[in-house]
Write a protein that binds this ligand. Sequence first.
Ligand code: HAM
Length: 422
Amino acid sequence: MFQVPRGTRDFTPNEMQKRRYLEQNMATTFTSFGYGEIQTPTFENLELFTAKSGESIINELYTFTDKGGRELALRPELTAPVIRFYVERLQMEPKPLKLFYFGNCYRYDRPQKGRYREFQQAGCEIIGADTFEATAELLALAFTLLKNTGLKNVRINLGNLTIISAMFKKLKLLKDDQKTLLPLIDKSLFDDLKIALGECNVSEKEIDSFISVLQSSDIGEIRSFIADDHDAMKELHSMEAILDLLKNAFHVNEFEIKLSIVRGLDYYKGLVFEIDAPVLGAEKQLCGGGSYELVSLFGGTVVPTAGFAVGFDRTILALEAEGFIFPPSKLDVFIIPVNQDMVSTSIEIAQQLRNHNISVDFDQLRRGMGKSLKYADAKHVDKVIIVGPKELEKKTVILRDMKTGNQETVAITEIYGKLKKT
Ligand code: HAM
């Protein structure tokens, strides 16, 4: 028997109902912040991802050669494709360009709950604006997007790669050493980090204050560590201004500075952030993003770029874990023709109601009354219409309320009006 490939999933109609609900909900939020939807291909030229996405992503790529000998890859994320699209066709568009997307991504990762080889992202990129207000709005959008789905508890953690760079500089760490240290910082493996810094000949006193700053959300402590680095001080000042707007204008308070957020992709620079849903435990990171530079690498004229992506599958898991009730997918009406002669009238009634956007099905298995009612019950149908010869002679049908079991005779011409009322 065939099974789905490891790390992939099939979705039932019930699960798809939840996914479509979430997609619509998120599209509404993106649109309300002035973003327009785009779509890019599922596979791209391999080089697009090897150029600057970073080692961890490259190791996880699904790659293949097509019949024309082209080296291709299934996209592991959508930021590089979106910037490729921008450089190719959208550079002349008025700025800022606010783009959002939904798309499946592929990473050859070790599957576990919340971590799949095929998963969906909902994300956005803002191209051509990096004012405090633009960045604060991006953070507010990520937060609002998740809150609007119905999630109760999400928190933003903010890091900054310019500040981390200055901290490395202060410890006189070489570029190669920084490369090995970043993953330890990213995973908050502070004991291992201590050992690794020791091996780089950093003094114990410096290691302690470095790790203390990494774990601190106190701007004062961070400022005193990087005070003599002009670029880092400028970034810290920007962060303060951005967070001030986030708090006092967008009224988002659920954030914290956490410099150990360094992100796993190589294209980031400056401000980066992640949003967690604590309810999820191990794979709790729902969203990741920040400012980055890919435009010039892809041959475009440099403009500021920033964005984020939300793990669509994890958002559903988090909503379920918080006990969120998704709007049910329901059949509104089930029609039972009492005998074969009643079938064509039943179809006509079904079509009439479908034209009014009511979801309708009718018995197509010639099951008889008892079994048909049982089926309607199992499908959680609100109303059943029974089409019988006696009623049909008077151009009426029986309308049964499945919750109460009450039945009434209704003229065929009045069925829609009656259903609309209830
Ligand atoms: P990322 O952090 O690699 O960022 O992915 C974003 C989100 O996708 C994660 O927070 C997580 O929820 C979800 N995710 C990642 N891997 C998996 C997986 N194997 N299974 C299920 N969900 C997963 C990016 O992809 C960047 N492109 C985000 C960005 C946009 N930065 C700037 N603009």
